[in-house]
Design a protein around this ligand. Structure first.
Ligand SMILES: Cc1cc2nc3c(=O)[nH]c(=O)nc-3n(C[C@H](O)[C@H](O)[C@H](O)COP(=O)(O)O)c2cc1C
Length: 324
């Protein structure tokens, strides 16, 4: 996720079991073959062969663009640098990206989706998988099936479907049943995406879409143990306990240490707030902490405000009931 999930975040999230593979932020391709440094910046894991997080989870490189030849040239470059998979972004809703004919804007013409996937598939051959990520359409869902078919016809090995149109942005709900329509129409594996925040959401998404596998975005930031919860349930049928604040605080501290090895404190401070902001969507203690630290600009003060032992104890229901 652009501006959110970098190599350090991938590292931390995949230290817990559950993720089969991860994807980089998108590399924006306009018309030229980009120099290796751009690929290394987006995917420092290219330094390991094959590119994986430190825990060994595969990392795919995501490309975003609309020119089949330019994308093919950059896919070849990625392959040369050791990429183990290329993911194509047909889902980005950003106005700037769409105005420049990238991301979800290609969903208006399935022929273009097919041309892009085919060019990239041809460029890398059978050497590495080419995956595609689509939404249900641009303004409406009329071309949803056609876009799925186009990605498959172009040679995509997997298709990730975010269950909303571009114009729906990130507004709930994600239409998981529509993902099911696409899945039933295709022979390649389809992966459901959108609004999976809890194990219960996974069950519903799985039931409505029929997809065994899902892609987690914001839900994995809100609860870094979400992939583990899903995997644990798949393997045992059991549920993992809720994530205590101390564990959340620990991951934020680890994140700070990793980021601070290369970035100045004030940037690390805003990155931590950004992650905490995702956590607070689903966790009351994270919401309390966020309110307490949101104006802090000093990294040490922020980290102190996150410490588990500085938690104000939640009022006990018994004490509350006894109060006059
Ligand atoms: C801040 C932000 C950045 C994103 N960047 C990307 C990206 O670079 N590539 C991509 O395929 N999707 C990107 N997405 C979309 C997510 O991958 C995902 O499809 C979407 O958020 C819905 O899934 P979720 O409800 O699990 O978050 C981004 C989403 C957000 C909120």
């Amino acid at each position: 996720m652009e501006g959110v999930i970098d190599a350090h975040t991938r590292d931390l999230l995949t230290r817990r079991p559950g993720f089969d593979w991860t994807v980089t932020e998108f590399v924006r391709v306009v018309d030229a073959r980009l120099p290796p440094r751009v690929f290394y910046r987006h995917c420092p894991e290219l330094g390991t062969a094959p590119p994986s997080t430190p825990a060994g989870t595969p990392v795919y490189l995501q490309l975003l663009g609309s020119d089949p030849e330019a994308l093919a040239a950059n896919a070849r470059q990625a392959l040369r640098l050791g990429a183990r998979g290329v993911d194509l972004n047909f889902g980005c809703p950003a106005k700037l990206v769409n105005r420049h004919d990238g991301g979800a804007s290609l969903l208006r013409d399935p022929g273009r989706v097919r041309a892009v996937v085919a060019a990239v598939h041809e460029a890398v051959g059978e050497a590495i998988p080419v995956t595609a990520k689509i939404r249900l359409g641009f303004a409406d869902r009329r071309l949803a099936l056609a876009c799925g078919r186009a990605a498959q016809a172009g040679g995509a090995t997997h298709l990730v479907v975010h269950g909303r149109t571009r114009n729906e942005g990130y507004r709930p709900p994600a239409h998981w049943e529509w993902i099911g329509r696409i899945r039933r129409d295709l022979s390649i594996p389809v992966i459901a995406n959108g609004d999976i925040w809890t194990l219960e959401d996974y069950w519903k998404a799985r039931t409505l879409s029929g997809c065994r596998d899902v892609m987690l975005g914001r839900g994995a930031l809100a609860d870094p143990w979400l992939a583990s919860r899903i995997r644990h349930w798949q393997l045992t049928g059991g549920r993992l306990p809720e994530t205590p604040w101390a564990a959340r605080a620990e991951i934020l501290h680890e994140f700070a240490a990793l980021q601070h090895s290369t970035l100045p404190g004030r940037i690390v401070t805003s990155l931590i707030k950004q992650w905490l902001n995702h956590m607070r969507q689903r966790d009351a203690e994270a919401a309390r902490r966020f309110a307490r630290v949101k104006r802090l600009t000093d990294l040490d003060a922020l980290l102190e405000g996150l410490r588990a032992d500085t938690a104000r104890r939640a009022p006990s229901p018994v004490a509350e009931a006894d109060a006059p």
